[in-house]
Every structure is written in C-alpha cells, then in structure tokens.
Design a protein around this ligand. Structure first.
Ligand code: SF4
Length: 144
C-alpha cells in the first residue's frame, strides 16, 4: 500500500479550503492501492487555516507567529499510525508543505521563498525507513 496526501486526491483540506487534485493519485486510492491522510487535519487544525511554515530551528509557526508545532507533530504521528496499520511501503506527498513537503519547503519567512528541508510528516516517515516521493516525482516515474 501507498500513503498519499489527501489534498492530492481532491479533498479540500488545504489551508485555503481547496484541494490540489492529481487524478493519477486519486486513481491509486480508487483502485485500493493507496490510503490518504491529511496530517494537519489529523493534528486538529481547522480548514481553512492560516498558512504555516517551518522555521530554521524545525518548529512550525503560522503567519501570525503562533507556534503550531504540537499539532503538526500529533498529525504526523497519527499519519504514521495509519501508514503502519495499512502496511504502506511508500508515501507520495504534496510538495513544499510544512507537513508533506520533501526536499524543498517554504522558508519560514512567508515571502514565497523556498529552502532545502522536509515537512514534519516526511521527516518522520523517512526516519522510520519509509521512502517518500513528491507528486511530481511520482508523475515523472509513471511517465517513463
Ligand atoms: Fe495536503 Fe499535506 Fe497540506 Fe494536508 S497537510 S493539505 S495532505 S499538503
């Protein structure tokens, strides 16, 4: 099984109350090959919600400077539990997110800038030995 970001499946769970549907990823869920999670919703955050970004020190704050790290960590842990209970061996997660991003995320300055790093869920999954791809990496892999 594959763990996927829920917003990539057309669920409007993003901070702006919208989704980011990637039909090829929704298809994985419809075929019973993937299970979707939104770690920020699982962490108890509302939708819509204020944008959050990771700081250099790893913590997560929203654009008003409120520290959300606890909710992000709780949501990542819940997502890992779901990942384990479905025997997921791969995750395909939404790029640049403070939860789901892999390799490159927003820089914590809320200026649109990017920086090398991983979201909280991605960091946890990688530390548990579960490989993570972005949606772009997945689309590239199936187009070869
Ligand atoms: Fe999508 Fe992940 Fe953000 Fe939820 S936390 S909206 S799944 S990118």
């Amino acid at each position: 099984m594959i763990l996927v970001s829920e917003c990539l499946c057309g669920v409007p769970c993003r901070m702006d109350g919208k989704s980011k549907l990637v039909p090829e990823i929704l298809k994985l869920v419809e075929e019973g090959r993937a299970v979707s999670v939104c770690p920020e919703v699982l962490g108890g955050l509302p939708t819509p919600r204020k944008p959050s970004e990771r700081l250099e020190n790893g913590r997560v704050v929203n654009c008003d400077g409120e520290d959300n790290t606890e909710a992000f960590v709780k949501g990542a842990q819940e997502s890992l539990n779901i990942c384990r209970s479905h025997d997921c061996t791969l995750a395909i997660l939404k790029s640049k997110s403070p939860s789901c991003g892999k390799g490159i995320i927003h820089n914590g300055k809320f200026d649109g800038g990017l920086v090398e790093g991983n979201g909280i869920l991605t960091e946890l999954l990688l530390s548990e030995g579960i490989p993570v791809m972005t949606e772009q990496e997945y689309l590239k892999s199936i187009s070869i």
